[in-house]
Design a protein around this ligand. Structure first.
Ligand code: AFP
Length: 335
């Protein structure tokens, strides 16, 4: 019997295809990933018309991080929470927008082995000015018994325990990238059919890149080792490849996505005012550290591997250095 060759493979088809290699898999993780993709499409529609409708601007509340909440953040949070709560593949969530975990208490959800954590709309400071923003998520296997409601313990796991992690970029095109231990794959939303289509199979990040990304405004507040590395990035001469190019959007998803594809290093170090930096370990650092490591890169807090940090609270922050292996090693020699 001849096999029909398809030109494009959608996210749904891809996740189902992956199941064929694991005949005993329950399909729960694939279902969860498809749920996230579905919610992302709804968020994408709203992000695209943010300039048209009265959804822009502050919602008037302040989130648990003490930052102004934009209306789209709330919309996005509700979409991801809703799709997982009404699905059958997730037992509970934690979100950057919520104080506490949400345990889904119905029998079907309690019977799931996975929990999901997400930052529903990262880079929301950029919404009003039409710059790429994104969603970041990670999936863990719960540690409490299946069948009971999840607890905080299920969420305070080190990043190396992640089963999958991913992100969506709402940019010049909309992409969903996710990784499992088997590899990282990128899907671009085809608006004509409303499907994420496999566009970047088996992503590997280059060993070296040409880009360093950091908030230069904080330069004098960084530790000496970090300053030394930034100096090195600027001073590299033609004998060692010329100075690196500085690129920093202030929207982590877009910055790290670009560096993942092109090669580079992204840094959000601690400052004298904020020694732990700004980024959240569970919602931002861990998922990207997982993806970058699977793609061949590295991620540390300057002292230890991000994925080995034992979290103690849901919303804790961590300095982050992440990117191409060769550039991370250069940085480590300065720290
Ligand atoms: P917002 O979601 O508040 O816009 O923050 C985005 C972010 O967490 C991350 O995406 C950026 O890389 C980082 O903050 C930018 O922070 P600085 O403006 O301090 O450089």
């Amino acid at each position: 019997m001849s096999t029909i060759k398809r030109q494009v493979m959608t996210l749904d088809e891809f996740t189902i295809q992956q199941l064929r290699d694991f005949p005993h898999a329950t399909g729960e993780l694939s279902g969860l990933l498809r749920d996230m993709g579905r919610a992302a499409k709804r968020v994408n529609v709203e992000v695209n018309k943010a300039g048209l409708v009265d959804i822009l601007g502050d919602a008037g509340a302040v989130n648990v991080q003490g930052e102004d909440v934009k209306k789209l953040d709330i919309f996005a949070n509700n979409q991801f929470q809703g799709v997982l709560q009404h699905g059958i593949s997730c037992a509970g969530i934690a979100s950057e927008e919520l104080d506490d975990i949400v345990a889904f208490e119905d029998n079907v959800s309690c019977g799931s082995k996975y929990i999901c954590m997400f930052d529903p709309l990262d880079g929301s400071g950029n919404i009003d000015v039409n710059v790429s923003i994104g969603t970041i998520f990670s999936v863990y296997r719960r540690v409490t018994p299946v069948g009971s409601p999840v607890t905080l313990e299920d969420f305070l796991q080190p990043g190396r325990k992640q089963v999958a992690a991913g992100y969506m970029v709402y940019g010049s095109s909309t992409m969903l990238v996710y990784g499992t231990r088997r590899g990282v794959n990128g899907f671009t939303l085809d608006p004509s059919i409303g499907e994420f289509c496999l566009s970047h199979p088996n992503i590997k990040t280059p060993e070296f890149g040409n880009i360093y990304s950091v908030n230069h405004g904080n330069f004098f507040q960084y530790a000496t080792g970090v300053q030394k590395y930034i100096d090195l990035c600027q001073r590299k001469n033609k004998d060692n490849g010329g100075p690196y190019t500085q690129r920093y959007i202030g929207s982590m998803v877009a910055d790290v996505h670009r560096n993942l594809i092109k090669g580079g290093i992204f840094m959000y170090p601690g400052t004298t005012a904020k020694p732990k930096g700004k980024l959240r370990l569970l919602y931002e650092c861990n998922p990207f550290a997982f993806i970058l490591e699977v793609a061949g890169g590295k991620a540390t807090n300057g002292i230890e591997r991000i994925l080995d940090i034992q979290p103690t609270e849901l919303h804790q922050r961590s300095p982050l250095f992440i990117g191409s292996r060769g550039m991370m090693e250069e940085l480590e020699s300065c720290l």
